[in-house]
Design a binder for this molecule. Sequence first.
Ligand SMILES: *[C@@H]1O[C@H](CO)[C@@H](O)[C@H](O)[C@H]1NC(C)=O
Ligand SMILES: *[C@@H]1O[C@H](CO)[C@@H](O)[C@H](O)[C@H]1NC(C)=O
Ligand SMILES: *[C@@H]1O[C@H](CO)[C@@H](O)[C@H](O)[C@H]1NC(C)=O
Length: 494
Amino acid sequence: MGYQEFPTAPLPSRRSPRAPGIVVVGLGFLAAIWLCFRTLFTVSDRTPNVAKVQQCSIENLHADLSFLDAARPISSDEFLQRRDRLAQALYTNKVDAFVLEPGYTFQYYGNISQYDWEPWEPEERPFLMLVLPQVNESGDITAKTAFLSPHFEEGRVRMLGIPSRDAELDIVIWEEHWNPYSTLLDSGLFSSRSPKLMMDEEIRDYIVRGLDSVGFETVGLSPEAELVRQIKSPAEVELLRAVNTGTVVAVRAMRPCLVPGLTENEVTSILDNSLLSIGFGLFFNIVLFEEHGALPHGGFVTGGKKATPDSMIVIDVGAHYLGYSSDICRSFFIDQPKTASASILSIFKSITVLGDTERLAEPVSSQQSKLLAEKYKVWDIVLEAQTAAADAFRPNNTAASVDIAARKVIEDAGYGYGFTHRLGHGIGIKAHESPYLNKWNKGVLLQTGMTFTNEPGIYLEGKFGVRHEDIYLVKEDGEAELLTGVRAKGPYEP
Ligand SMILES: *[C@@H]1O[C@H](CO)[C@@H](O)[C@H](O)[C@H]1NC(C)=O
Ligand SMILES: *[C@@H]1O[C@H](CO)[C@@H](O)[C@H](O)[C@H]1NC(C)=O
Ligand SMILES: *[C@@H]1O[C@H](CO)[C@@H](O)[C@H](O)[C@H]1NC(C)=O
């Protein structure tokens, strides 16, 4: 054959030259598919089918809802037991009564939130719950519960259904032209003229001043009183397990459905709808892509960034279920598009990228692969830090020790500067409860029944962030129990 007489095709190829006809046809064919898939890709990149992703996420989530099975609402008896435990703490502290306003603590002891009482706004008229320790003849300490209420609200207070041992709630009423605090002092609830009252952490300052002004002695929360809520009952543990596992499962169910081009806001709304579909109440949902994730709680301008297969996606999300809160975080990648068109595309994309390389000091692909490698590395370091902290969740260890255990792993790996927040916090009806896990908190010891977030992170400004957050229950002996089902296994298996 005389093919050597013809010029070779202008391909950057070391392969032996071919007949020009074949080359031309081949090039034409390739160009045609290139154009065809480029069009396809552009369309799918710019307008992902959000409804389809939503449906896929919800279907995956609903495939197994067994995490809800063991969760039961808190019983009336348990509310009474909580108040008895508080009364015992008050007796130890030689305090005459604990005082609280509708809010989280009121919800914990009396099943009434601020919103149940005043959906409009916290009011200027005090409505207070008081828990007083009383000792019976056999020396047992139980709670006497009383309320201070404006007269005109008395009927509504009785209708709130506050769990109570007595048929009638013990309500001290005040008329609007009276001083509510001296009314309370003169109510007959107290034997002393200067009773000592412990203030809940959520109580408003004007109420504390009012109580002080008529002769009450007010003191802050004691560790014994705080401990009542810090130690979770078996029923609370099951509620925390249900809501936290469910929230993780919702993120995990959604991940394989996510496609390039979705925005942070779209992913937020997809996840919100998934959570709503299983009866969870929305709470917070922070979805951050790539460099947005380097600010642990995001910033003002997040929401519009689009996902790519290389984006580090950080989702920190909490929901409510039967009054209990979740707070979990997952960091992951979406899958590379798996369709034939996409794989051919990626070949073309790399050809395009290679075409650009001559103009750059460092090839784009090399910068990108370095960044990707760092993402994988940081992902692993954060997981290792979380493991170290999990091992330290043991009774009688300090609250500081778990933070220090995680911090050591991250510091040893050279990223200490990027772990900018404490390791975690207690969790219950509120996402953030005491004790707080920071390296300064050496005075507080972990105790059986406490529940915590374990959420180390590394944040590299301008690049990306990684955080893994799971919930742990401190157990009498041995390892802490994971209340989030399964920990993250890899960047594609969060
Ligand atoms: C607590 O309040 C919720 C919401 O109002 C209610 O559904 C539940 O029955 C109450 N629990 C008890 C023990 O009264
Ligand atoms: C004292 O209270 C405890 C707990 O409520 C109860 O079991 C006990 O019978 C009471 N003793 C007397 C003498 O009332
Ligand atoms: C924790 O310390 C207390 C007091 O020293 C001790 O009684 C208890 O057995 C310890 N608990 C564990 C699980 O080590």
